[in-house]
Ligand binder design. Structure first.
Ligand code: AMP
Ligand code: ZN
Length: 112
């Protein structure tokens, strides 16, 4: 499939891996928007949060359960921001579900 994050998950494109198991991959963003900026993706291709199916419940739960552990491993003990851009208005540019985990700077609100 012509999907850049599937290719990263399959190691056809290199990435700087921060965490990996059989279901998910976490790697550093190419254009970091914070001192720590990683992306957490399911290895299974899901185009966006809108495309999540009932059968993906456990996978989504696993991603959420791993967030604090990945954050801790990256030294984000002071907090972090988890972002999912969905669809056109969400400014999703890569059509493979991913969560941005950002930290090591004070975030502002509202976001852009
Ligand atoms: P989004 O705009 O939410 O779809 O986020 C896509 C993210 O993927 C952006 O932050 C990009 O910088 C990042 N990105 C695109 N290609 C790569 C790549 N090959 N390796 C790491 N990050 C990437
Ligand atoms: Zn994909």
């Amino acid at each position: 499939m012509d999907c850049i994050f599937c290719m990263i998950a399959n190691k056809e494109i290199p990435s700087k891996v921060a965490y990996e198991d059989d279901k998910i991959l976490c790697f550093h963003d190419l254009e970091p928007q914070a001192p720590v900026h990683v992306l957490i993706i399911p290895k299974k291709h899901i185009a966006s949060l809108d495309e999540v199916q009932e059968e993906d419940k456990e996978l989504l739960g696993h991603i959420m359960m791993m967030v604090p552990k990945i954050a801790e491993s990256l030294g984000l003990e002071n907090g972090y921001r988890l972002v999912n851009n969905c669809g056109e208005d969400g400014f999703q540019t890569v059509k493979h579900l991913h969560f941005h985990l950002l930290g090591k700077r004070k975030m502002i609100w509202p976001p852009g």
